[in-house]
Design a binder for this molecule. Structure first.
Ligand code: VG1
Ligand code: CO
Length: 543
């Protein structure tokens, strides 16, 4: 079984987005496409002698093929050992947990997260560094640059390894250890949460519906909620990961998880609903007839963190992505802890977590996490909520309403315009950038504008600067509209418009969010000319 050096021609489009390289399966399955990216990565990484790599994915179509390819190339790179999840499966937070628990030098996550899967769907690949988190921009930029120069692939011609049986085998002297994907992750959850209190809650008749959306969260939720915490069988639904997620969109928001919402709004609804996405790093939490916005969820967890064993000592600080609502800022201010505002994407939280500047972090896109790993973590967030319900005896709705009563409600919505021709989206963003200097101090569509800028972030730990991270328009009353283009889509461009308005008046907390945000929608339309430029009368998705 020799190691081979094979000629290749570089691809020019392997630029990682918000969360790694994501493309259609048809793109990834071109000859040498995946190989090229992996070679570019390995060329950028230092010598692998003696090092361990973790490999796993969300089980979507092409996952197994990709794992075998990576194993052969990792052997040629000279890794001592690769840990791979059984069946090629590891959720994104589990990859992070395994890297950290085993001292691995990094890991490769195979996922396109919440994007649809199957032969006509999407595939993705992302590298995580030794802290367990997504590689920072300096690494991803270097890999992209290298991908445009790669002329040789180094691989082994060894046969496929069996991924279904736990245990050890080898390729070219590199050990391949197939591990149970849940064990390390479950160990970590046991250390953070009060499993006895949660067990008692389920024993008292508490009812949860956890929708794993036919994705990788299923095995984790089943093992922990049903297997260990005594939730009745059937609590976790759609628990078996399917290569095409049952033809559905494994994105836990009220639009894509409509079946879960229907159950929580039905007569005899369970006490709590929850869902996770393709790679199980996102979460949605729903109360009985009550949908929780992700920004509020982060704020609630921050406010009550000391009630949970893993956070008993309090939080060093919190962080949120720029478009996420300011609910958590208000909680942080009342707790007297710092709150950081980062660009969109989990990679920006890594340095803050490593430096112990923050303990909890989150994004408006149904992502919440903490210092326990360096990824957002869907099931972790759900367990955090259940732990809070168990020790407070309150409902999901009551905890959110308390937040609103104390801090006011940050009325929030995100409007997505999908599959816009890229040139039109660029024109729209350029048009906005052109107005930044003149907007402040003016009144547009009845909105008094206080400031307008293109968000730029200087990492407080390493000083690196990330610019052009989204257009912010702030109003004198504290409301905001944010515009940015998605970095995870695979078809044309997606414009995201984020709308936020603070409502201190408790008698108005039940206002419909879309109605309450109408003035900001008009402002967005006036300054960005969305309808004219995109030809779309309304957003594709509103969450
Ligand atoms: C989206 C979200 C962002 C999230 C990213 C990855 O990115 O907005 O908050 O970090 O997806 O999530 P974008 O660039 O499309 O807005 V996941 O669950 O794909 O790892
Ligand atoms: Co995800």
């Amino acid at each position: 079984m020799p190691i081979l050096t094979l000629p290749t021609t570089p691809f020019t489009d392997q630029k990682p987005g918000t969360s790694g390289l994501r493309k259609k399966v048809s793109v990834f399955s071109q000859k040498n496409y995946l190989e090229n990216f992996v070679q570019a990565l390995f060329d950028v990484l230092p010598d692998a002698t003696g090092l361990t790599l973790v490999v796993g994915g969300d089980g979507r179509f092409y996952n197994r093929v990709a794992v075998q390819t990576i194993l052969r190339m990792a052997a040629a790179k000279g890794y001592a050992r690769v840990l791979v999840g059984q069946g090629g499966i590891l959720s994104t937070p589990a990859v992070s947990a395994v890297i950290r628990a085993t001292g691995a030098s990094g890991g490769i996550v195979l996922s396109a997260s919440h994007n649809p899967g199957g032969p006509d769907g999407d595939f993705g690949i992302k590298y995580n560094i030794a802290n367990g988190g997504p590689a920072p921009e300096k690494v991803t930029d270097a890999v992209f640059a290298r991908s445009r120069e790669v002329r040789e692939l180094r691989t082994s011609d060894a046969a496929d390894i069996s991924l279904d049986v736990l245990g050890s085998s080898s390729i070219e002297g590199m050990e391949v250890l197939v591990i149970d994907p849940v064990v390390q992750y479950a160990d970590l959850m046991r250390k953070l949460f009060d499993f006895d209190a949660i067990r008692a809650l389920f024993a008292s008749g508490f009812r949860l519906r956890f929708d794993a959306m036919h994705a990788v969260g299923g095995p984790y939720a089943k093992a922990i909620l049903e297997g260990e915490l005594g939730a009745p069988a059937g609590t976790v639904v759609n628990a078996v990961p399917l290569e095409d997620f049952g033809g559905l969109h494994p994105d836990p928001n009220p639009v894509n998880a409509e079946d879960l919402i229907a159950h929580l709004f039905a007569d005899n609804a369970p006490d709590m609903g929850a869902a996770s996405d393709g790679d199980a790093d996102r979460n949605m939490v729903v109360g009985r007839r009550f949908v929780v916005s992700p920004s509020d969820s982060l704020a609630v967890l921050a406010a009550h963190a000391k009630l949970v064993p893993g956070y008993r000592a309090g939080l060093a600080g919190v962080a949120r992505s720029m478009p996420t609502s300011t609910a958590v800022d208000r909680v942080a201010a009342s707790l007297g802890i710092p709150c950081f505002e980062t660009p969109t994407g989990w990679k920006f939280f890594g340095n803050l977590l490593d430096a112990d500047r923050v303990t909890l972090c989150g994004e408006e896109s149904y992502g919440t996490g903490s210092s326990h790993v360096r990824e957002k973590d869907g099931l972790w967030a759900v367990l955090f909520w259940i732990n809070l319900l168990a020790v407070t005896g309150k409902s999901v709705e009551a905890l959110v309403r308390e937040l609103w009563t104390t801090h006011g409600r940050c009325v929030y919505s995100r409007h997505d315009y999908e599959a816009i021709p890229t040139d039109k989206a660029d024109t729209l963003m350029a048009g906005l950038r052109g107005q930044l200097a003149t907007l402040p101090g003016t009144t547009v569509a009845g909105c008094a504008i206080a400031f307008a800028d293109d968000f730029s972030y200087t990492d407080p730990v390493d000083g690196s600067v990330s610019s052009k991270q989204g257009i912010r328009i702030g109003l004198k009353d504290g409301s905001r509209v944010v515009f940015r283009l998605s970095g995870t889509g695979t078809e044309g461009a997606t414009l995201r418009v984020y709308l936020e308005r603070h409502e201190p008046d408790a008698t108005r907390h039940d206002l419909d969010a879309q109605l309450a945000l109408q003035p900001l929608v008009h402002l967005a339309e006036t300054v960005a000319q969305i309808r004219t430029l995109t030809g779309m009368d309304q957003p594709s998705v509103m969450t």
